[in-house]
Write a protein that binds this ligand. Structure first.
Ligand code: 5GP
Ligand code: ZN
Length: 117
């Protein structure tokens, strides 16, 4: 699979940068966010390097579905499914994206405000 040498998430996926992995399968990995914004803050990261959600096309339907099923299972494992959690995708700069390898945040363990900032 194509890797971007200067992409931190590609380097984590390859094992060339340390990260606390909590889940992995053939299509994605989940790690602890290094700068957590909630008691549970995981990043669900497709192995395939896609810079933003705007790179998704119909060939990624299964991948996108796998992300939400992983989020559901991880929330159950963490014991936060019933109290509630949030899955966030930031797309491009004004959307809050800082790492340009598409990823989903799983946040839980505190009440989530609405609307998000
Ligand atoms: P974004 O702002 O792109 O939606 O989210 C990027 C997230 O990646 C941020 O929450 C940030 O804390 C996290 N992050 C950035 N660099 C690293 C890293 O090297 N390791 C881990 N585990 N998380 C990172
Ligand atoms: Zn990448």
């Amino acid at each position: 699979m194509t890797r971007m040498r200067d992409c931190i998430f590609c380097r984590i996926i390859e094992g060339n940068l340390p990260a606390s992995r909590v889940y992995e399968d053939e299509t994605l990995i989940a790690i602890e966010d290094v700068h957590p914004q909630a008691p549970t803050h995981l990043l669900i990261i497709p192995r395939q390097h896609l810079a933003t959600a705007q790179d998704f096309d119909s060939s990624h339907r299964q991948l996108i579905g796998s992300v939400f099923l992983a989020a559901k299972r991880l929330a159950e494992e963490r014991g936060v499914a019933e109290q509630g959690y949030r899955v966030v995708l930031n797309c491009n700069r004004a959307g809050g994206q800082t790492v340009f390898h598409v990823h989903f945040h799983l946040l839980a363990g505190r009440p989530m405000r609405w609307p998000p900032g």
